[in-house]
Design a protein around this ligand. Sequence first.
Ligand code: BGC
Length: 750
Amino acid sequence: MKKMLSIAFAWLSFNSLSAQNTSVQNIEPRLEALLAKMTLDEKIGQLNQVVGDISTGTEVRSDGLLAQIRAGKVGSVLSHTNFDNKTAIQQVAVRESRLGIPILFGFDVIHGYKTIFPIPLAQAATWNLAAIERAERIAAAEAAADGQHWTFSPMVDITHDPRWGRVMEGAGEDPWYGSLVAQARIRSFQGDDLSAVNTLAACAKHFAGYGFTEGGREYNTVDMSEQRLRQLVLPPFEAAVQAGCATFMNAFNTLNGVPASMNKHLVSDILRGEWGFRGLVVSDWNSFGETIIHGAAADDVDASAKCLSAGSDMDMAGGTFQRGLQKALAQGRVSEQQIDDAVRRVLRLKFALGLFDDPFRYLNPNRRAQTLEKPEYRQASREMAAESMVLLKNDGGLLPLDPKGPFRKIALIGPYVNSIGHKDYMSFWTLGLGNPQYDSTKVVTPAQALKPRLEEMGFEVTVTEVCLDANCDEKALSAALNAAREADLVIACLGERGIDCGESRCVSTLELPRGQERLLQVVSRNNKPTVMVLFNSRPLAFPWASENVPAILVAWQPGFEAGNALADVLTGSVNPSGKLTVTFPRNTGQIPLYYNHLNTGRPQANFGQMWTSGYLDVPNTPAYPFGYGLSYTTFGYSGLTLSKTAIGPGETLEVSVTVANTGKVTGQEVAQLYIRDPAADIARPVKELKGFEKIRLAPGERRTLTFKLSAKDLAYWNHEGRFKADSGQFRVFAGGNSVEVLEAEFELKE
Ligand code: BGC
């Protein structure tokens, strides 16, 4: 039994807004002077956020938006796209309401705004934080130029369940990496000045636990230990506070029985108390009102009292505070001081954004025209999409396509070879494009880009779109079969529709949807080598393809530049370097399957071993593990060396490993560092990511990388309710994914 070390880590508290180097000076006296003039109605109005011209929820649409604004009953408008209307709305707020308080416009800027980037999960697969920052800076510049002030992003929820449609919005299953991605996104949305015309206020969401909804079903129950919450769910949120994130959003779910919006433990104790967050907390869409439906509040008054008292501030889309807060005050359930504090947080954000100095600063039509959809933004999207693609299989070096190789005729087939509609290659979260039925005409499809590129290289290319609707199944299959028969090589573009990606897009099975496995099987009757390209928003399960298809590329939902990025990778002008940040299971029943699991008392060494923790019908191992991804070259790892065999609590250990490009072309590799505490005071994960570096190596080139570990990296939230590291032996692993690693040991001394 190890002894506990008293290494309590003082987590820094930040005032998120004062952490911003805002050019708006003297906010507090101006804010207090304004607050002193406000009636109770006007204060409650500032806590009310109403829906603009796009709805993603089930609210009852409120008529007379302008009349409400004129009456001082609205503090913020969300999901409004029309630029001219935004100007009109702001004019009414500023010129016709009694105190002229400007409206705060909030919007879901999730993977680009006008220029659509790969989905966030794909962005995370680049392991390139600089590229993620560049994407978010572009998204912020476009959104701010279009009159938005505030994005409801990043979603920093960790999840173990790819059935959950929102897995696409996060950074994957690892809390350490998720924290870095969260900070990168926040840094680039906000810049160092919220009042700059190319930045947005960020919002860390959904606080908290939403990624662990039972059965991966949207809006469902979450129940977890405090230890798991602290260790797995909260780190990216705390990292968000440390990065100066301006706002937080409640989650829809209950956490251990208490709806997150009225969860004092989460919002008051942890977020505001322990972490010192002083920014605004907004509800999720009617999540104050839904406390009643959860069965945890009696009515609007009760819900208002409970949510405000928990520390939440602004009511998104529900109108609960409008109906209930005044009465809650009259009944003594909340104090005017509590209301004032919430209003202060709203006003402080408006001041920091510079809205009191110039309410129209984000509504400049010239700047808008110059900023939106610049060609270089598309180029950035293309580069990121290519970098995010993950090569899962490449038997016999089938890829990249070589004009000097044995194949002349290529058949491009599948439902996603040239799809215009269903927001394909994107997601439901492309609201910034305006029209919810957006027809994807700005997307470059695989057929549009790949066909001419391959023809230029000397290949002959046919395109067979395969519709997979119930009506045309057999016809589609025979067209595909014929196309494959005529070809030397097949590229099958499969996956999911764009609109099946995002909120309320959960699935009960991960197997290739809409008969696509059958399509693959039929096509392969011709015995032509096949490349399976997946456009997907979540890990899918495709055991037949893994067994029978020689090359598999995960292209995710890549955004506007889908086809060009795919062509870059398939032709080898970009060597794939993406690696998974989520585990791909063999089948749906393996879920939850994640790399940083506990060992159990009976771990299974081999499939079929009885009396161990496993299944009769499938091994415990994933189809493709966390951190995995191939390249057109190969990399070798050697010489894992530690600077010391033991470190004290205040010391740093240096871990070195040499990575060599052992193949024939230049490539990029994501070298990863993991640790394990095999004999802690409570059971700890079999591996935990603690470092990575992405490097480019020419053929034959080798580089020694050095990672640093200190006691802080070894600490965990223990059964005494503290972050601590236990002294004793630790294992350290380095390699190109979470499974194939070199291993060494060291000791943490007391
Ligand atoms: C989602 C949030 C989103 C909000 C506003 C909700 O349904 O859960 O993530 O920010 O809608 O669109």
